[in-house]
Design a protein around this ligand. Structure first.
Ligand code: ADP
Length: 371
């Protein structure tokens, strides 16, 4: 079916005979199209940039320039107009050159007839329409994405303070009313407090994610990573709910990085090992160096993770819930956060886990050399 719409066409060709030929073809077409003509390279560029036509036909030979030069010039200046390159040559190289420069199509003059020309015009117009639509959609999606990020961030920022206040007062109520409230009512307070704490964790993790997304990487400050591991380890090991062990190398391990983020990454892996290992289980924290790489791992003999849940662990908000871990509190953001931090430090995160046997989570970081 031939589109009856009339299009405004422009031919850029320094040969008037070609214009007359093309005009005759256009007149033979079924739609009522209008063909304008420009015979100069510079004027051609100006007209394409004005964008008043639906499709532009550009001859390959334009004095000492080519149609592809013209095409590149208008594309560099931001024009996305549909441009069809015309040539008298049967040269495969030119069609490729034209398409790479952003031509919508390429036609060999000797093969053109009214039907082919009409089809090329409709194809070019359709291409242009699809391209515009795609660009609009991309813009809309990135706008929505930005809006979503802003909303999450604003919500997280604005929720943090009220949640801290609520948490503080519930804490006060709990200690003041401990012996005055009926056990059932007291239990309500315990529940409220635990839910508020969960909300605080989510808000905290979202804010950490936001902070980390803003980090650019490319760290140049040397950081004593062994010291970070030892400090975080001491914080957890003193809780003494589990059997802890620390394995550190004799030498100090230095990496380039941001102390607070690295501390957060180590703490997240340790807190997961504590959370997902039953009391009195064993947790081994290990740091070693191999060539120029620091290797950090946390191994536990806890609940482990069912195999079919393992490939989603680093997705934000994903929680691998098994019979044993269903009731354990968490946000599903911790591992995503750790992965982000480590990758920004040019490192790699890795893990192994066997359901009901235990897990090892760890990462490798490039170590600062001696030179
Ligand atoms: P969260 O602990 O807040 O749920 P994470 O992103 O830190 O979120 O972890 C994602 C999931 O991975 C957890 O819900 C848990 O099921 C599983 N997981 C992480 N670390 C361990 C571990 N050491 N042992 C068993 N399961 C783990």
């Amino acid at each position: 079916m031939i589109d009856a719409k009339s299009y405004k066409l422009l031919l850029i060709d320094d040969d008037e005979d070609e214009y007359i030929l093309t005009r005759d073809l256009v007149n033979d077409m079924q739609g009522h199209h209008k063909l304008d003509w420009v015979d100069q390279y510079e004027t051609g560029i100006k007209w394409v940039l004005q964008g008043a036509h639906d499709v532009y036909f550009v001859d390959y030979f334009l004095g000492d320039k080519t149609g592809v030069d013209l095409l590149k010039a208008v594309r560099e200046r931001g024009s996305r107009a549909p441009v069809i390159i015309l040539t008298g040559l049967d040269d495969n190289g030119i069609d490729l050159e034209a398409l790479e420069a952003g031509a919508t199509d390429y036609l060999q003059k000797s093969a053109i007839n009214a039907t082919l020309l009409e089809r090329a015009i409709r194809y070019a117009v359709r291409q242009q329409y699809n391209q515009n639509r795609l660009e609009d959609l991309v813009q809309q999606v990135s706008h929505l994405e930005q809006l979503k990020t802003d909303m999450i961030r604003i919500a997280a920022h604005d929720l943090r303070n009220p949640l801290t206040v609520i948490f503080g007062y519930i804490d006060l109520l709990q200690s003041d009313l401990k012996d005055k409230l009926e056990p059932d009512y007291f239990q309500y307070l315990v529940q409220i407090k635990s839910s508020v704490e969960h909300m605080r964790q989510i808000v905290g993790d979202i804010l950490s994610l936001e902070r980390i997304a803003e980090l650019s990487g490319g760290y140049t400050d040397p950081v004593d990573f062994s010291k970070i591991v030892r400090e975080v380890y001491d914080r957890y090991a003193t809780q003494a709910t589990h059997d802890f062990e620390l394995e550190l190398p004799d030498e100090t391990v230095i990496v380039y990085g941001a102390k607070a983020e690295l501390r957060e990454a180590v703490a997240n892996l340790l807190s997961n090992a504590v959370k997902y290992t039953p009391e009195n289980g064993r947790i081994v924290v290990h740091l070693s160096v191999d060539a120029d790489v620091a290797l950090f791992t946390v191994t536990d003999n806890g609940y482990g993770i069912p195999l079919e849940m393992q490939d989603k662990l680093f997705q934000p908000f994903y929680r691998a819930k098994s019979k044993e871990t269903r009731m354990i509190d968490g946000t599903g953001l911790g591992l995503h956060l750790v992965k982000n931090i480590i990758e920004r430090h040019n490192g790699h995160i890795h893990f192994e886990s066997e359901y009901l046997k235990g897990s090892t989570f760890g990462f490798m970081l490039p170590q600062v050399g001696d030179d």
